[in-house]
Design a protein around this ligand. Structure first.
Ligand code: NAD
Ligand code: UDP
Length: 326
């Protein structure tokens, strides 16, 4: 049995990862400061005797004994990471130093949850791992993008200088149940707005593209990558290469929910990437991995989750089936 530390374990992706590791027989230590995560996300895991939780902020040193570390702690939604940009950079950079120091003391394998944001607003499409990116050092996204880039550099230097066994995954837009309803990311925003029959807030003209990966597919790839034997150089993209415009996403969600919502246009946020799509050749070759859940299926599962969540908060629930028929 492995003892595994998951930082950011009470967040959206982290809670799915903890579940997957427990299902695989590991002992899981879930660490979180609950900035964007919640105890509700991990409530279903608490009865498992192999699951333990600690409230901690990774910008402070941590002394625990584990065999493997998944470093996910960091707000991922632009709204949240821009709320306190200095803390976002500290979480990525000082948090990486602390977790790498822990891995060094324990000689433990450590995986970093990096991001497609390291490519910035890319001029190369789709994005391969060897593309160096186009990031604005002085924009509202810089705290996250540059923080994650610096964290990657630290991981590569700890590998070269200290022989640490590292893994770096660049995660592209991932969605699914347990995203926070007020998270601010596009999938949760649109689904919650559609279920409430409220205006769908489309930023810009909606022609910007993203490629959405269902969380189960992502977590499968992350765990596979952690378990690849030997040394791995560089990062691996994980995401779904099925690229659509944000406007198409809005229309799909309106269709799937049977919503009466209208689309309303808001200004495009500064430095919002115009297009994003992963080249996943490295992941398919190295991990024999590719996403299996198509967008309609994944969105339907996510809509069902939010529908139940909103019904719990709403004393006058409108069942999803009725809404779809109306
Ligand atoms: P999330 O906000 O739901 O989860 C992040 C978790 O980290 C939360 O539980 C939060 O409370 C915790 N956290 C934040 N700062 C912390 C700190 N200083 N110390 C301890 N805990 C802290 O986001 P997510 O979507 O689950 O993302 C998880 C990881 O994956 C992040 O590192 C993110 O950058 C990366 N990622 C996610 C996506 C995506 O589309 N979901 C895309 C690219 C990268
Ligand atoms: N977006 C939008 N309406 C929203 C939220 C986001 O049109 O209510 C757009 C946003 O401008 C971006 C895309 O959807 O072009 C994805 O945004 P998100 O915040 O989910 O993640 P990003 O990929 O930009 O980090």
């Amino acid at each position: 049995m492995k003892r595994v530390l998951v930082t950011g374990g009470a967040g959206f992706v982290g809670s799915h990862l903890c579940k997957k590791l427990l299902d695989g027989g590991d002992e899981v230590l879930c660490l979180d400061n609950y900035f964007t995560g919640s105890r509700a996300n991990i409530a279903h895991l608490l009865a498992n005797p192999r699951f333990e939780v600690v409230r901690h902020d990774i910008t402070f040193p941590l002394y625990v004994e584990v065999d493997e570390i998944y470093n996910l702690a960091c707000p991922a939604s632009p709204v949240h990471y821009q709320h306190d940009p200095v803390q976002t950079t500290k979480t990525s950079v000082i948090g990486a130093i602390n977790m790498l120091g822990l891995a060094k003391r324990l000689r433990a394998r450590i995986l970093q949850a990096s991001t497609s944001e390291v490519y910035g607003d890319p001029e190369v499409h789709p994005q391969r791992e060897d593309y160096r990116g186009m990031v604005n050092i002085n924009g509202p996204r810089a705290c996250y993008d540059e923080g994650k880039r610096c964290a990657e550099t630290l991981f590569y230097d700890y590998q070269r200088q200290h022989g640490i066994d590292i893994r770096v995954v660049r995660i592209f837009n991932t969605y699914g149940p347990r995203m926070h309803p007020e998270d601010g990311r596009v999938v949760s925003n649109f689904i919650v707005q559609a279920l409430r029959n409220e205006p769908i807030t489309l930023y810009g003209n909606g022609s910007q593209t993203r490629s959405f990966c269902y969380v189960d597919d992502l977590v499968e790839g992350v765990v596979k990558f952690m378990n690849v034997p030997g040394t791995v150089a560089g990062a691996v993209n994980l995401g779904n290469p099925n690229e659509i415009s944000v406007r198409q996403l809005a229309e799909t969600i309106i269709d799937l929910t049977g919503s009466r919502s209208a689309i309303v246009y808001h200004p495009l946020p500064q430095d919002d990437p115009r297009q994003r799509c992963p080249d996943i050749e490295r992941a398919t070759t190295l991990l024999r991995w590719q996403p299996r859940v198509d967008l309609t299926d994944g969105l339907s599962r996510t809509i069902a989750y939010f529908d139940e969540l909103l019904r719990e908060a709403d004393p006058q629930p409108v069942p999803l089936e009725a809404r779809a028929v109306a």
